[in-house]
Ligand binder design. Structure first.
Ligand code: PLP
Length: 409
């Protein structure tokens, strides 16, 4: 017998490399429900890190809706949507979402991630061009890769640069071998509605005008805007009153909606072609009934309990204002995502660990998720935080910030 070497031994080296560069992400384990106070790794802490903007993950109406659906429809859907996995609940959810978003049609996906990797390759291919913001979400990047469409990146939120790229693309046409100079079939401008790391809002009116000037279509991923911006949380298109001028809106059901899933809102033809072609839709099982029912309930709660969104924004203004007053750099955020930018990744990890000891969970975000010198604690307050939660969090930021020399005093 010869001794065999482990063919996967290189994985250990890769892990060692991540650890030595402070880029290793440990999995923290929660032994309570999601919420403003959680039990995490054996410690009871105030939680500033979930995407549960409105506290719907644990809202009594959400739990009740999920339980009712389990009793009536069971635990799983048992098939992909196109075989025998489309339940009345899935169709009701899509109809409710379409009404809510004020678009002709909606199709749901298993997650926001699969919505993006599903829709982009269906609408864009080799004869098209995708023009994408430099800070778009990883799922958009993967969707673009899968599409095999040529793509150009414009500097973050730079509408003038976007216009210039569009002008050039229309003037020069396709660049691929055998098709040089032919007009692109579609030019698709793709942007997050709210950027997930800095909490800033895309300049949608400018993007839409630029796109219209060059016959391009606009695609907005509103994962962090749903439930946050616009009337009753209808998102960034509603916030800027751009109804009918954004061809494709993607949303998630995993953040403010509080359950799991993604959706694409647009024309009836878009929904139809996605049913025929979108690979995650065709080849992966549909949501369990409890998930679809909870999502449906969430969209009703958005409309029937507007005080949740008001509370979210009151908490946001207070928390952001106090952090700034204490002397922290909170970047360019305009939404409940408030980064506390510390710069160095080692310092940021130490800061997050110290906050944890003080009973506050604020996750550290380091390279490559953000630039090497822009490491940060990323905070998100929710409608479920009380003044006492925010006071405790601010006091801990103040103590740890002074202790580590980030703020004066
Ligand atoms: C979170 C997020 C997604 C992924 O949504 P999931 O439902 O969690 O898969 C997609 N796009 C953006 C911009 C996001 O922030």
């Amino acid at each position: 017998m010869t001794t065999r070497t482990d063919p996967l031994a290189f994985l250990d080296l890769e892990l060692e490399e991540l650890r030595s560069r402070n880029l290793y992400r440990p999995l923290r384990v929660m032994s309570s429900e999601q919420g403003p106070e959680i039990d995490l790794d054996g410690r009871h802490v105030v939680n500033l890190s979930s995407n549960d903007y409105l506290g719907l993950t644990h809202h009594p109406r959400m739990k009740e809706a999920a339980l009712r659906a389990v009793r009536e429809f069971g635990a799983g859907s048992g098939a992909v949507r196109t075989i025998v996995g489309t339940m009345s609940l899935h169709e009701e959810l899509e109809a409710e979402l379409a009404r809510f978003k004020e678009t002709p049609a909606v199709l749901t996906f298993q997650s926001g991630f699969t919505a993006n990797t599903g829709v982009i390759p269906v609408v864009a291919g080799e004869a098209d061009l995708i023009v994408s913001d430099a800070l778009n979400h990883a799922s958009i990047i993967d969707g673009m890769r899968l599409s095999r469409a040529p793509r150009v990146i414009y500097p973050h939120k730079d509408v003038a640069a976007l216009r210039e790229l569009l002008r050039e693309a229309r003037e020069k046409g396709r660049q691929d071998a055998g098709h040089e100079g032919e007009p692109y079939r579609l030019i698709l401008v793709v942007t997050d509605g709210v950027f997930s790391m800095d909490g800033d809002i895309a300049p949608l009116p400018g993007i839409v005008e630029a796109a219209e000037a060059y016959d391009a279509a606009v695609f907005v991923d509103d994962a962090h805007a749903s439930g946050v911006l616009g009337r009753n949380g209808r998102g960034s298109v509603d916030h800027f009153r751009l109804h009918g001028r954004v061809a494709i809106q993607v949303g998630t059901l995993s953040k403010a909606v509080g359950a799991l899933g993604g959706y694409v809102a647009g024309s009836r033809a878009l929904r139809e072609i996605l049913i025929q072609r979108a690979r995650p839709f065709l080849f992966s099982t549909s949501h369990p009934p409890a998930v679809a029912a909870a999502c449906l309930e969430a969209i009703r709660i958005f409309q029937e309990e507007p005080e949740l969104i008001e509370r979210l924004w009151t908490n946001t203004r207070r928390f952001k204002g106090e952090l700034t007053r204490l002397g922290f750099d909170t970047g360019v955020s305009e939404t409940p995502i408030t980064p506390v930018i510390l710069g160095d990744s080692g310092l940021t990890i130490r800061f997050s660990d110290r906050l944890f000891e003080e009973g506050i969970f604020g996750t550290s975000v380091v390279y490559p998720t953000v630039a090497l010198d822009k490491a940060r604690i990323r905070t998100i307050v929710s409608a479920a935080h009380t003044d006492a939660h925010l006071d405790a969090a601010l006091a801990a930021f103040d103590r740890v910030g002074r202790e580590l020399g980030v703020i004066a005093g």
